[in-house]
Design a protein around this ligand. Sequence first.
Ligand SMILES: Cc1ncc(C[n+]2csc(CCOP(=O)(O)OP(=O)(O)O)c2C)c(N)n1
Ligand SMILES: [Mg+2]
Length: 287
Amino acid sequence: MTEINELNTKELTTWCPGCGNHLILAALKKAVSKMNLNPSEVAVVSGIGCSSGLPHWIETYGFHSIHGRAVPVATGVKLANHNLNVFVVSGDGDGYGIGLNHLIHAMRRNLDITFLGHDNQIYGLTLGQTSPTSEQGAKTVSTPNGSIELPINPIALGLASGATFIARAFAGNTEQLADLIVKGTQHEGFALIDILQPCVTLNKVNTFEFFQKRVYDLQSEKHDTSNFSAAFLKSFEWNPRIPTGIFYQTKRDTYTEDLPQLKEKSLVKQQQELKSVDINSLLEKYK
Ligand SMILES: Cc1ncc(C[n+]2csc(CCOP(=O)(O)OP(=O)(O)O)c2C)c(N)n1
Ligand SMILES: [Mg+2]
């Protein structure tokens, strides 16, 4: 079994004490260890934000990319070597705002990756602006009189866009989160895991206590994860009870499965063989 401490890096995180991101990192390490994945079989790709610093603090392959572009980079990684377990780490601003179009297209393609949406309902790194998942009425530095916009609903969006594994977790319940990460990784297809992640410094409404009072586990109630309509209805439940767990799971061909170029072996393996092919005569032709 991969030991959790093998996944520790020497660097200290830059997150605030008490931030939900510490728990998500711990759950991810736990999940990788539970699945007994060698660190070289895992790639963690992030965008920009407090949450997106995460690849620095897990000893796997990592790519800290640019704002909103974690999904395209992860797509490239997965297409180059589809044997890797690819995780995207993205904040609510990064993934559900500036990078939202990429997320939607990856979901409709059923790209076989696991998306961890660190959803603190605020722009953390830039010190507290309203984000796409901030609640209507949220008072922040950018909406001092309260946000007038409806928030994005990541679960309903995932369902509408064709993701094949859709779940919500609460950072305060690391056991459940680690279990969902394992299930999402083992699922063949796009796994969207929206993670309620309290920002203890900038979001004084959606706190650990706020979620602790409201969250419940769909799997402890009679929720049928194969029922799309039931999942859609559940995705709109928020107050006073917030559902967590798997909303919906289904089977559909993945993007890499359907690409004939990748049927035999991964592109990196093909690339190694190509090294011995002389392309000079081909280049001559186009001179
Ligand atoms: C193209 C571009 N636009 C804006 C920014 C400024 N910026 C950096 S992080 C961020 C939002 C971070 O919020 P979120 O994705 O929710 O992550 P969190 O910090 O909350 O984890 C913004 C707007 C940027 N770095 N690049
Ligand atoms: Mg955020």
